[in-house]
Design a protein around this ligand. Structure first.
Ligand code: SAM
Length: 236
């Protein structure tokens, strides 16, 4: 992967960025996503935010190498602190992190008023997708679209959300938060693969727990409930 050829995962994230967007890509690493989208003529302006010095330097080099210093600003900052009001950001991408971290970045952005609540959000958590959906529901964001894809043997989910006027109108069931409202309806082969695999993992852990000398009842009951939920969605 490089700024010319994005991974399948990042390219799908990029597809959900509207043409002419003013993008903030948080946790940008090499800034591959904003650079590729800018080179493709899709963005008006972008901020690439990075909290770690090494990736921040890589992002700066990548932007300079492609002659995009005027169009992409790279900032060393924690989460949405990379964004200034004058940037007039309308789309935020956060990809390749855990769902808990993504939700905490969004929450801090809201509290510190770097997130206006008007932005389109394109989020790709590696794990912990329910935490992301929960944050969206509690903050007046409606999930517009979801994707699930497989790349290099890994399954990734992408969640696209837009703000709605009536925040109280956004309600998702426990099942929808867990599996994704669109993903659970569509039940693509990747979705089935993911949850079959998860079910198998849980069964394995439960077997181990049954063999353990000290009973871990709480863990067993949590995992049993989770397994039942997965089996119900898979229809077995
Ligand atoms: N977004 C790219 C992608 O999806 O390929 C890079 C993902 S990389 C695994 C995660 C990046 O997020 C790392 O470069 C890390 O330093 C950065 N990161 C982690 N926490 C962050 C935060 N609070 N604010 C900004 N960047 C963060």
């Amino acid at each position: 992967m490089n700024e010319q050829v994005l991974s399948k995962r990042l390219s799908l994230v990029g597809q959900e960025v509207p043409v002419g967007a003013r993008l903030a890509d948080i946790g940008s690493d090499h800034a591959y996503l904003p650079v590729a989208l800018m080179l493709a003529g899709k963005l008006e302006y972008a901020v690439a935010g990075e909290v770690v010095k090494g990736p921040f330097e890589s992002a700066k080099n990548q932007v300079a190498k492609n002659g995009l210093d005027e169009k992409i600003v790279v900032r060393l900052a924690d989460g949405l602190a990379a964004v200034k009001t004058s940037d007039q950001i309308d789309t935020v991408t956060i990809a390749g992190m855990g769902g808990t971290l993504i939700a905490s970045i969004l929450e801090a952005g809201k509290v510190n008023k770097q997130l206006t609540g008007m932005e389109r959000l394109v989020l790709q958590p590696n794990v912990g997708e329910p935490q992301v959906r929960h944050w969206l529901m509690e903050n007046g964001y409606q999930i517009e679209k979801e994707h699930i894809l497989e790349e290099n043997g890994k399954l990734y989910e992408i969640i696209v959300a837009e703000p709605v006027k009536n925040a109280d109108g956004v309600r998702y069931s426990e099942e929808e938060l867990f599996f994704g409202p669109f993903l659970m309806k569509t039940q693509s082969p990747e979705f089935i693969k993911k949850w079959r695999h998860e079910a198998e993992q849980i069964r394995r852990v439960l077997l181990q727990l049954q063999k353990a000398s000290s009973p871990q009842e709480e863990k067993v009951s949590t995992l049993t409930a989770e397994l039942a939920r997965i089996e119900a969605i898979l229809g077995k």
